[in-house]
Design a protein around this ligand. Sequence first.
Ligand SMILES: C[S@@+](CC[C@H](N)C(=O)[O-])C[C@H]1O[C@@H](n2cnc3c(N)ncnc32)[C@H](O)[C@@H]1O
Length: 232
Amino acid sequence: MAQPHHDDVFVRELFDKMGPTYGITNVVTSFGFSEWWRYACVNQVSIEAGETVCDMMAGSGECWRYLPKQSVVLSIDFSSFMVEKQHERNEKRGQPVDVRCESALATSIESQSVDVVVSAFGLKTLSRDATRDFAQEISRILKPGGKFSLIEISVPQSSFLKVPYEWYLRKVIPLFGKFCLSDIECYRMLGIYTREFESCARVLPYFCEAGLDVTFSNHFFGCATSLSGTKK
Ligand SMILES: C[S@@+](CC[C@H](N)C(=O)[O-])C[C@H]1O[C@@H](n2cnc3c(N)ncnc32)[C@H](O)[C@@H]1O
């Protein structure tokens, strides 16, 4: 059974609460790597002009700037605060994104209608069962031959990095949360999710089971990991 901190309502409320400070805290605490990893996530699949791209668990639309201008973009997130931010971001875009406030595990997107799925930093809050459902949902909406790329912050395997990294997750990031949000608990949760998640390698089998060809990659010594590939 999923633990309470993987419950949809808990995760939605967490992001509604963190939303106002998420962007800045994310960049500062990752020393800017989060931007580089979003770029890597989008760029490890080639997106042709005019293709339909779905940004899953899109937050406030942080990945959109890396998507080709000519692509048709669908964006999924269930936090009403994040979705509100997406609408604000949309006003500055030439070609508006189709923003949908709903679960990434059961979207309203038509089957086999999407060329590319991208998702940055959403996997860690999903329980193992929810990850399986997410993999099935990606497979359902992708056209045959469609591509996907998912990236997540991970725990590096080398103990040289792992020990200071875990200390940083446990002690330093919550302090940023306290400083920015006066709430140490929200940002402490991000560390808990990351330590439990470990690496995309742990969830890779679910994506294979869903009929996807999957490649695993490490980014910066495993501080982030990704899964990318195609639907068979
Ligand atoms: C860590 S943020 C990542 C946001 C953005 N993709 C980025 O690059 O920073 C995770 C987002 O996933 C959303 N999310 C988590 N689980 C979800 C689910 N089951 N369905 C829809 N959105 C979900 C949260 O609301 C949050 O906005």
